[in-house]
Design a protein around this ligand. Structure first.
Ligand code: GUN
Length: 302
């Protein structure tokens, strides 16, 4: 039986720590951290994510605002908003919720954010600083993963870690963070020929592929740490009989449930540590976004 890592609990601890830092910053500098979130269009999932980010800000005592733009907005419209936010002294963090409508040039938008206010850590300057091991803002989900490992006392130094997924948001930065902590890292992706070969001997397996049931029990070592970044919504008509029974309460109320990329019920008995979905990596993403924002606010008000 694995130790189940509660991201919910650890995220709550981090938020409490941030609350204290906010009080300290207000007391010593008279500064309250401010986060501005730009949401273009009305993607329903993005709306939920943005609302959760605002809620997180309120919990720790940040000022937060949402800038809503229509889905017909142009790159130039978004750049104008970013320019205003870059210049505002009361805003320390700027985040543009992704995905953006097709007509908008994502790279131009991300590069327009002042790197010191880029609390998502998606600006090429922050990515480059991460590669160079310089002080920078690091994407929230991967830094949340490292935080979970550290706070659970899981040894990263010298460990064999396998990262499944190579996205700019999770896989690539997570790989660099693990490497900076002296893990030996393999990176797998959709063109990887034999995924099991890379996961079966790993001490730490991190999965961010967006494929339910990708990781089965024969693919992980006894006692391994398994971190599941996947968020897959499964409706009742697509669910297996086992899932229908395990998540009966969700199906009864919502007609759907959320699962990760790991076949949790089969892998959990074999793992040493495992993150659940929901309640594992998910809550850490917001906690680390808040952590980046207080970090930015402190640096900008030095
Ligand atoms: N869309 C999905 N994940 C993220 C994230 O971490 N930040 C932003 N801005 N958009 C996202």
């Amino acid at each position: 039986m694995a130790k189940i890592i509660s991201g919910t609990k650890i995220a709550a601890d981090i938020k409490n720590e941030i609350k204290q830092e906010v009080a300290e910053l207000e007391r010593t500098k008279g500064v309250k951290p401010g986060l501005s979130v730009i949401l273009v269009g009305d993607n329903p999932a993005s709306k939920v994510y943005v609302a959760n980010k605002q809620k997180g800000c309120a919990e720790v005592g940040f000022i937060s605002e949402e800038i809503k733009m229509p889905d017909t907005a142009t790159t130039s419209d978004v750049l104008k908003e970013i320019d205003k936010l870059n210049k505002r002294a009361d805003i320390h963090g700027i985040l543009v919720q992704l995905p953006l409508p097709a007509q908008i040039n994502k790279n131009d938008v991300l590069e327009a954010i002042l790197p010191e206010k880029d609390v998502d850590g998606f600006h090429p300057v922050n990515m480059g600083r991460l590669v160079a091991q310089q002080e920078c803002l690091v994407p929230a989900t991967p830094s949340g993963i490292i935080e979970l490992l550290k706070r659970e006392g899981i040894t990263i130094k010298g460990a064999n870690a396998t990262m499944v997924g190579h996205s700019e948001i999770v896989g690539k930065p997570c790989t660099l963070l693990l490497l900076n902590e002296w893990a030996t890292v393999s990176i797998c992706h959709i063109e990887t020929r034999d995924l099991k070969m890379h996961t079966k001997d790993a001490d730490i397996v991190i999965v961010a592929a967006g494929v339910p049931y990708l990781i089965k029990e024969d693919m992980v070592k006894q006692g391994a740490t398994v971190i599941d970044v996947g968020i897959n919504r499964i409706t009742a008509d697509k669910a297996s009989p086992e899932l229908l029974e395990w998540r009966k309460a969700d199906f009864d109320v919502k007609g759907a449930t959320l699962i990760g990329d790991v076949d949790y019920q089969k892998v959990e008995p074999k793992a040493g540590f495992i993150t659940p979905v929901p309640g594992g990596v998910g809550p850490m993403t917001i906690a680390m976004l808040l952590s980046n924002t207080i970090k930015a606010a402190k640096r900008l008000s030095k």
